[in-house]
Design a protein around this ligand. Structure first.
Ligand code: ADP
Ligand code: MG
Length: 347
């Protein structure tokens, strides 16, 4: 993708700040008519085109949010974009632009940043996003990436967290817990590698969950699908911290309770087999494992017929009155209190 295919490492100082920004951004194309001005001026300029704009930012810090021992830089670039786009889609909006701000120590050569930007560029291409600006600075230690995503939607299409009503159905896209388990596998392999650097890990049984951790996809398809099905969610959020914590956000803001059913949680077979291997409860993983970037939303019970046959969507429970609290119904038909981090099985 980049012209410099030389394997030797280039120090960032040789380019200077402007040279670096130019080098990293020159192959990005502008596709949206709402992008009036991209990289190169004091500000980017965006037209709102009679819609409402949505804006979201995430800050990712090396050693806190990512570990470069097993996270390839290209994947990191891709994932950093995904976590932001996911927030835009969770508003039922269309993501159009991003800015990328970077702080890097001189331990990173130019080639490392090229890798990072190759991932960012792949994400932009796949999701039709314009890179319109950012900031670049040095850090004394490690790497920081902050991405801001901008999207738009018609006023009447935007979905907030606070619109859920008792009897609404609770729906999730895709499946849950994979990203968390992928991380457990990668952490285990890292420990093995530290003891024996010659050990070649055999990760064939974990390809799906590792991909969920290293290369998540934001659910751009879900707002589109819901529109096609003529369903407007009453509330929506993306699952970044875990199902349980996101249910708390929806119920707190909507002033409701909820009831979710353990036997309804969508789990990939690889999630189930890895849970058995690690001896962890798959329900706990579904509730508390973060980073799946699926969408959690509520719909009117009258819309059930429209979504029920869709393989991408699973009804896991319903909204209740606020005084009923947040409940997990187990396979044994026991009702437990949900906690922001999973549930309290001792109460
Ligand atoms: P200023 O000094 O006005 O903040 P900069 O020199 O930081 O401007 O940035 C020049 C241009 O390059 C601006 O359009 C800015 O948005 C863009 N830019 C800076 N850093 C990045 C980056 N890491 N990725 C993408 N665009 C960037
Ligand atoms: Mg700047």
């Amino acid at each position: 993708m980049f012209e410099n295919k030389d394997q030797s490492k280039t120090s960032l100082e040789t380019l200077g700040e402007f040279g670096l920004i130019n080098h990293l951004t020159e192959y990005f194309k502008i596709n949206h008519s709402s992008t009036i001005k991209g990289v190169g001026d004091d500000c980017a300029v965006i037209s709102s085109e009679d819609k409402e704009l949505v804006v979201t930012t995430d800050l990712l810090i090396e050693g806190v949010h990512f570990d470069l021992t097993y996270m390839p830089l290209k994947h990191l670039g891709y994932k950093s974009v995904m976590v932001n786009l996911s927030d835009v889609y969770a508003m039922n909006a269309d993501a159009k632009q991003i800015t990328v701000s970077l702080a890097v120590s001189n331990r990173f050569p130019l080639e490392a940043l090229e890798e990072l930007y190759a991932g960012i560029q792949l994400a932009c291409k796949t999701y039709n996003i314009d890179l319109i600006g950012g900031d670049t600075t040095s850090s004394t230690k490690g790497m920081l990436i902050s991405i801001t995503a901008i999207g738009s939607a018609k006023k009447e299409d935007i979905v907030y967290r606070n619109g859920a009503k008792p009897t609404d159905l609770i729906v999730v896209s895709g499946d849950l817990g994979g990203a968390y388990l992928g991380l457990q596998v990668l952490e285990r392999e890292k420990k093995v590698f530290e003891v024996n650097p010659n050990n070649q890990p055999d990760l064939d049984n974990y390809t799906y969950i590792i991909e969920r951790q290293l290369k998540p996809e934001a659910r751009k398809d879900i707002p589109k699908l819901l529109k096609e099905l003529d369903v407007k969610p009453t509330s929506m959020i993306d699952i970044s911290d875990g199902l349980s914590s996101e249910l708390f956000h929806i119920c707190t803001q909507s002033k409701t309770g909820c009831k979710v059913y353990e036997d309804k949680f969508p789990l990939d077979p690889q999630v189930i087999s890895t849970c058995e291997e690690f001896n962890i409860d798959s329900t706990m993983v579904a509730l508390s494992g973060g980073e799946d970037y699926e969408l959690l939303f509520t719909i009117s019970i009258n819309d059930f017929e429209k979504i029920k046959a869709n393989p991408n969507l699973t009804v896991i429970g319903h909204i209740t009155e606020e005084n009923e609290g947040l409940k997990l119904v187990t396979r044994a038909n026991q009702e437990l209190d949900l906690k922001a981090q999973g549930w309290n099985s001792f109460k």
